[in-house]
Design a protein around this ligand. Structure first.
Ligand SMILES: *Cc1c(COP(=O)(O)O)cnc(C)c1O
Length: 387
């Protein structure tokens, strides 16, 4: 049986059209975009086309606002480190406790190794940001705010346009990790006050190891990777031409599929969610019921080990991911569910299912067929108790 892949927030399958589009840039058009001959110029032209496609997907005003990087992690690091560097008189960062490790780990590192104060704005039970706390943290000491557009574990969407306007009032830069939002939500950056935005190819049916950082025109920027003069001095290193071409094609397709496919994906997600809640007692959905990615559901099954559910689903050929992890012998909640104050026994049983345009209705039916039994068996034999 074909495996059922419901872990698209971890990575996605490369679209066949993306793959085909990349192929010529390995063997025939292998040139270095910086070279002064025709073979190099072909690469340069392809990169320019890709930049335009990405510009269209995120509604950037100018194509040169897009800098290609090695992925979401590099974009996040480049944005935050630059934000501190261009504003040396400001030493504070405002962020959330539910960010991806790319932002979270960097902020913790900066807090430990430099004189940087990090404000982590609390979230409520639905994962929504505490606006009063956010407003209170915004002062003229803040160099940069970094808050994700959509959460990878729960799908909760943050009102980043509003948050960016508030940051602007105190002269702080606003960066958003939009890796999970790009391709899933309509984005029009030119109508917002967002200064920097990170995105990644492999989360939208593009290749791994390529991403981009949007840097609004006029925003000061210091490069993280120093060296040659590629990407208008914003990211040194010979361009990953096949990857960039793939990302461009993926952006074009994402825009093309946005309306129709997202509706279908959402209906599959809703069908799974409803079916699981009906069939499995003591289960609930985490995340913001009103502002959530159309492809994501994070279901907490009380008093059962989510990792064990994931393990057994995997045996049935179903790929998903769990909100708990076994670290040095004991089960720990994900940092996201912990920040949301989801009770221990429910958070440990959290399982994330994330869809893409490749998923089918019969796959949902199959998951609904096997999951209730798995949960029941685990609850009967290995119940997780409170405390
Ligand atoms: C996947 C992901 C990243 C990291 O992107 P990479 O391209 O894998 O480095 C960052 N932030 C979020 C929200 C993600 O989901």
């Amino acid at each position: 049986m074909r495996p059922i892949y419901l872990d698209n927030n971890a990575t996605t399958r490369v679209d066949a059209e993306v793959f085909q589009g990349m192929l010529p840039f390995f063997i025939d058009q292998f040139g270095n975009a910086s070279s002064m001959h025709d073979i190099g110029a072909a690469a340069g032209k392809a990169i320019k086309t890709a930049r335009r496609k990405l510009q269209a997907l995120i509604g950037a005003k100018f194509d040169h606002e897009i800098t290609f990087t090695s992925g979401g992690t590099e974009s996040d690091n480049a944005a935050i480190l630059s934000g501190l560097e261009v504003n040396p008189e400001r030493t504070e960062i405002v962020t959330s406790p539910v960010e991806h490790p790319a932002v979270r780990t960097l902020c913790a590192h900066l807090e430990k190794t430099r004189c940087v104060k990090v404000h982590r704005i609390p979230v409520d039970h639905y994962g929504r940001l505490d606006f009063d706390a956010y407003r209170a943290a915004l002062t003229h000491r803040v160099a940069i705010v970094s808050i994700m557009w959509a959460n990878n574990e729960t799908g909760t969407i943050f009102p980043v346009a509003k948050l960016a306007e508030m940051a602007k009032e105190v002269g702080a830069l606003f960066h958003t990790d939009a890796v999970q939002a790009v391709g899933k939500l309509p984005i029009d950056l030119k109508s917002t006050a967002i200064d920097m935005l990170s995105l990644s190819g492999h989360k939208l049916h593009g290749p791994k190891g390529v991403g981009a950082l949007y840097i609004r025109r006029g925003v000061p920027f210091h490069a993280l990777i120093k060296g040659g003069r590629q990407e208008r001095d914003r990211r040194a290193g010979t361009e990953n031409t096949p990857g960039i071409v793939g990302l461009g094609k993926a952006a074009e397709l994402a825009l093309q599929y946005m309306d129709k496919e997202n509706k279908r994906v959402k209906s599959l997600r809703d069908r799974l969610e409803k079916g699981l809640l009906e069939r499995i007692p003591k289960s609930f959905v985490t995340g913001d019921p009103l502002a959530r990615l159309p492809n994501t559901t994070n279901v907490a099954f009380d008093r059962v080990d989510g990792e064990a559910i994931q393990f057994l689903l995997n045996r049935h050929g179903i790929a998903c991911s769990s909100g708990s992890a076994c670290t040095s012998g004991s089960l720990v909640r994900s940092h996201v569910l912990r920040a949301m104050n989801i009770p221990h026994t429910a958070a440990l049983g959290a399982v994330r299912f994330s869809f893409s345009r490749y998923n089918l209705e019969e796959e949902v039916d199959r998951v609904l067929e096997v999951t209730p039994e798995i949960v029941k068996k685990l609850r009967d034999s290995f119940p997780i108790s409170a405390g």
